[in-house]
Design a protein around this ligand. Structure first.
Ligand SMILES: NC(=O)C1=CN([C@@H]2O[C@H](COP(=O)(O)OP(=O)(O)OC[C@H]3O[C@@H](n4cnc5c(N)ncnc54)[C@H](OP(=O)(O)O)[C@@H]3O)[C@@H](O)[C@H]2O)C=CC1
Ligand SMILES: O=C(O)C1=N[C@H](C(=O)O)C[C@H](O)C1
Length: 238
């Protein structure tokens, strides 16, 4: 499969390594130093584009792939306020997109555990729930996209929580997401249910970026030749 890598930073490099190991060809690599190569014409050379850039530029990059008629796997976080606009444009262009706030198999299993735990905890209102996410200091967005996905799933079941906030809060209706920035943390997410009697805690720790990169390549293999909007559950059958 021919892959265009849009964003050639930490994730772009990790994805390149896994893609080559799995027998794929990288036909385009776009980083900030060769941004002029990020053209519709160049993207058209690929079967699938994989986009890991950042919050400010992800939306434009994804739309450029639709204009090129090339399916796009996007892992950039911090741009979801424009996600609906992107899906509308994707449909208009008869394109394909697969988005995940986290591509690792482990985190996608963790998402399922988090959902089930929230369902089990829903009647037990003596417990207060909070999230903590720990990432490296170069991360541009807070809270992490993964923490937002986890929080939204908790909000669906825990009715005393009305919204997530990215700070400590004394309001019981706020679901706290505490963001810590410590090097080299590739990504840790912790959910804690706390009561006067006991605590229940679930935690996922990424040891490196291989899980995210492998998941992104699996997603690209899945998306090749498809139309429509997908997520990691479609790839993993979770
Ligand atoms: N969904 C998932 O599983 C994961 C998602 N992520 C997310 O992916 C994104 C990238 O992460 P990461 O690789 O660690 O970040 P990096 O900062 O290491 O890499 C991003 C790269 O994109 C470059 N870039 C900036 N603007 C453009 C542009 N317009 N076109 C092409 N490239 C551009 C940046 O250049 P410069 O630095 O010079 O601006 C940088 O080299 C983040 O949003 C992060 O949160 C990360 C890991 C896993
Ligand atoms: O920026 C990162 O590094 C990561 N970003 C994603 C997020 O915001 O959830 C996924 C992973 O935790 C690493």
């Amino acid at each position: 499969m021919k892959i265009a890598l849009i964003g050639y930073g930490k994730m772009g490099h990790a994805i390149e390594e896994i893609a080559l190991q799995r027998g794929h060809e990288i036909v385009l690599k776009v980083g900030i130093e060769n941004i002029q190569d990020n053209t519709i014409e160049n993207i058209k050379k690929a079967d699938v584009a994989i986009e890991f850039t950042g919050p400010e530029v992800a939306f434009d990059n994804v739309l450029r792939c639709f204009d090129a008629g090339v399916p796009v796997v996007s892992g950039s976080t911090g741009w979801l306020q424009r996600f609906e606009e992107a899906t509308t444009y994707c449909t208009k262009k008869n394109g394909a997109m697969l988005y995940a706030s986290n591509f690792s198999v482990g985190v996608n299993i963790f998402f399922a555990i988090n959902k089930r735990l929230a369902e089990l905890m829903a009647p037990h209102k003596e417990y207060d729930v909070k999230l903590t996410e720990v990432h490296h200091t170069q991360k541009k967005d807070a809270p992490s996209g993964t923490a937002i996905t986890l929080a939204e799933s908790i909000l669906q079941s825990i009715e005393q929580k009305k919204q997530w906030v990215n700070e400590a809060s004394k309001n019981r209706e706020d679901l706290e997401i505490i963001s810590e920035r410590v090097d080299p943390a590739p990504g840790t997410h912790i959910i804690t249910y706390q009561s006067e009697i006991d605590d229940i805690e679930i935690k996922h720790t990424a040891h490196n970026r291989k899980g995210f990169a492998t998941g992104a390549v699996l997603a690209a293999e899945f998306l090749k030749g498809k139309k429509g909007i997908y997520n990691m559950s479609d790839v993993l059958g979770l």
